[in-house]
Structure formats: structure tokens, C-alpha cells
Design a protein around this ligand. Structure first.
Ligand SMILES: C[S@@+](CC[C@H](N)C(=O)[O-])C[C@H]1O[C@@H](n2cnc3c(N)ncnc32)[C@H](O)[C@@H]1O
Length: 216
């Protein structure tokens, strides 16, 4: 059974899309996209030979998935896919993969990104490159809450899935705890307490606190 993180990525894929699953590893996302009928075709890529061989083995007998060995989106041509999924990697690596293949990215209609960290980098990259966040979700797997971001060029306005997610309260509480521990640490030093960064973290904590109160 696929876990809720992969399921949340899959749920964002527009029906009938041709999908690139970058860093497909075991291929669970690719396989589920074809088995469920959500994707019409998947190009599953892997940079590393070990996971690539596992991928090829797992997808054997599943029609509609093509496995490719190589770096990120560089091994795709512009116009080959409608949707690009990059899941389970750090935010900086996801940004690099997108930056390394601008024509392929520009030709896609949808980006579905699930960073393991540094989600802020992804949001900044999307803004800088004229992508609009169309929806967001949260998923919990083995006690960790993951953020899933779906971006499009001209999405219709809607209320994000994450706003009604049962994980939102827990996610905000964890974020507040992290910000509070940064503030506690900074409070030990007079110069840190007087810094602009301290004020900035305070404002963020206040924002998260207000959102948490509104969510309760
Ligand atoms: C932690 S796994 C995530 C697998 C799967 N996408 C998921 O979300 O469960 C990250 C995979 O990305 C692959 N990878 C890392 N950098 C890559 C790149 N530049 N291009 C393609 N694959 C890459 C790794 O080999 C690894 O198998």
C-alpha cells in the first residue's frame, strides 16, 4: 500500500496528464499513477544506478511507464510531459533540478513538489519564476508531517486542501515549537535579542500563534 505522502502527491495530478516522476526510486508513485488511471503516461527518472535497477524491476509489466537513467529533468525534452512531480528530496535539490532544465519546466502545465526540508526555497523559486501555488496539502507518514505544493501558471482561485487538513493544527504547533526554541536560544544573548532577526522570528511566531488559535 502506498503511504499518505505519495498519495497526496498523486491526488494533485490532473487526470489524464503525462507525468514526469523525477527521482522515482522504487517507482511507487509512477506505478500508482498508471494503475489508478490518473496519468496517461509516466516518465520515471533516476540519477543513481541502484535505485534505477530497482525501479526497472518494479515497473516491469506495468504498461505506460518509461524508465530513464540520468540527472533530473535534463533527460526530458520540452513538451514531453504536462506535470512534473519531484518528491522526497531537499528543497535546494528540487530547485536545482528545476533550474537545470528551464525549457522542460516552461513547457509543463503543473509542478507538484514535495520537499523534505526548505519548503521556503521552493515557494521563493515559484514566485521568482512566475508559477502560482494552486493548492497545498499536508501528509503524515511515520510521525513526520510533509508539505505538498502544487503550482500552475494560471490556476483558478480556491481554498487550499491544507487549510482543512486534520494535520494543520499539529503542523502549526510543531512550527511554533521550533520558532519558540529559536527565540529561547536567541534570548540568552543581549545582542541577539536586540537584532532584526529576533524581531522577525517574533513576528513569525506571532503569526503562527494567531493561525493556530484560529484553527483550534
Ligand atoms: C528519497 S528518494 C525519494 C523517492 C520518491 N520520489 C519518493 O518520494 O518516495 C530520492 C531519489 O531521488 C534520486 N535523485 C537524487 N537526485 C536526483 C537527480 N538529480 N535526478 C534524478 N534522481 C535523483 C535518488 O537517487 C533517490 O532515489
Amino acid at each position: 500500500m502506498i503511504d499518505s505522502r505519495i498519495k497526496s502527491v498523486m491526488n494533485f495530478v490532473s487526470a489524464g496528464s503525462r507525468v514526469a516522476d523525477i527521482g522515482a526510486d522504487h517507482g511507487y508513485l509512477s506505478i500508482e499513477l498508471i494503475r489508478s488511471g490518473r496519468a496517461s503516461k509516466v516518465i520515471a527518472t533516476e540519477k543513481n544506478l541502484g535505485p534505477f535497477e530497482a525501479l526497472r524491476k518494479n515497473i516491469s509489466g506495468v504498461a505506460g511507464i518509461e524508465a530513464r537513467l540520468g540527472d533530473g529533468l535534463k533527460i526530458l525534452s520540452a513538451g514531453e510531459v504536462d506535470t512534473i512531480c519531484v518528491a522526497g528530496m531537499g528543497g535546494a535539490l528540487i530547485v536545482k533540478i528545476l533550474d537545470d532544465a528551464p525549457q522542460v519546466v516552461q513547457s509543463a502545465r503543473q509542478l507538484i513538489l514535495q520537499p523534505m526540508n526548505a519548503a521556503k526555497k521552493i515557494r521563493e523559486w515559484l514566485t521568482d519564476n512566475d508559477w502560482i501555488i494552486a493548492d497545498e496539502d499536508l501528509a503524515e507518514s511515520a510521525g513526520i508531517i510533509y508539505e505538498i505544493i502544487s503550482a500552475e501558471k494560471n490556476p483558478p482561485k480556491k481554498i487550499f486542501k491544507r487549510e482543512s487538513s486534520p494535520l494543520l493544527k499539529k503542523f502549526l504547533a510543531q512550527r511554533l515549537e521550533k520558532l519558540q526554541s529559536v527565540l529561547d536560544e536567541m534570548s540568552k544573548s543581549e545582542s541577539a535579542r536586540a537584532s532584526e532577526k529576533f524581531q522577525c522570528v517574533m513576528r513569525k511566531a506571532q503569526c503562527v500563534m494567531e493561525k493556530l488559535t484560529a484553527t483550534s
